[in-house]
Design a protein around this ligand. Structure first.
Ligand code: VGL
Ligand code: ZN
Length: 198
């Protein structure tokens, strides 16, 4: 049994002061750092958008942040510009340990968002993370990070569907909570067989 800790999007733009700040997004950093020692492998994900990404409200004239639009792959929430490649906002929180085995970047194609670390938002285009985990014989995953109701949620559900044993450590996650999205995400994770731990 080989167990990995997957740290989702603990980046400046999701922390207080950032472009898409998650309330208390930074308080989980010491907890995550401490958890890292308990796993066979640590993997970080990094939201990594080009300027002008189509998940940005600024790319849709007349639309505002948090509006919903129809994209070819389905509905998409529009976000403030965030995690633009190479910017300070896209960098990991300065206190986060980054001595991880793998950093997987996602959301780098202009026309498609990627909440999940496994698949882009069409739910079919893989990021390569599944292959990496299987090649290394990793079968159990613990997920932590930001945001509980978006990237942690999508990553956890995809991982469970792919057959990994998945636990989300809720105390090391924080949520955006947009129109009941946290409650919906919690229900979806439980239905998918994800263990929600304290
Ligand atoms: C995320 C919205 C947009 C996340 C990323 O990391 O949860 N949310 N991009
Ligand atoms: Zn994003």
């Amino acid at each position: 049994m080989t167990q990995a800790l997957i740290v989702i999007d603990v980046q400046n733009d999701f922390c207080p002061g950032g472009a898409l700040a998650v309330p208390d997004g930074d308080v989980i950093v010491p907890l995550i750092n401490e958890m890292m020692g308990d796993f066979d492998s640590v993997i970080l994900t990094q939201d990594w958008h080009p300027a002008g990404h189509l998940s940005f409200a600024s790319s849709h004239p007349g639309k505002a942040a948090f509006d919903l639009v129809d994209m070819p792959y389905g509905p998409q929430v529009l976000w403030p510009d965030h995690c633009v490649q190479g910017t300070r906002g896209a960098a990991f929180h300065p206190d986060l340990r980054t001595d991880a085995d793998l950093i997987i970047r996602k959301g780098f194609r202009r026309g498609i968002d990627s909440y999940s670390g496994f698949f882009e938002n069409d739910r079919t285009t893989p990021t390569g993370l599944e292959g990496y985990l299987r090649n290394r014989g990793i079968d159990r995953l613990t997920l932590v990070g930001l945001a509980t109701d978006f990237c942690v949620h999508y990553s956890a559900v995809d991982a469970a569907r792919l057959g990994f044993a998945v636990e989300v450590r809720m105390s090391a996650c924080r949520a955006i909570d947009l129109d009941g999205s946290l409650e919906a995400a919690t229900g979806a994770m439980i239905s998918a067989g994800v263990i929600l731990a304290g």
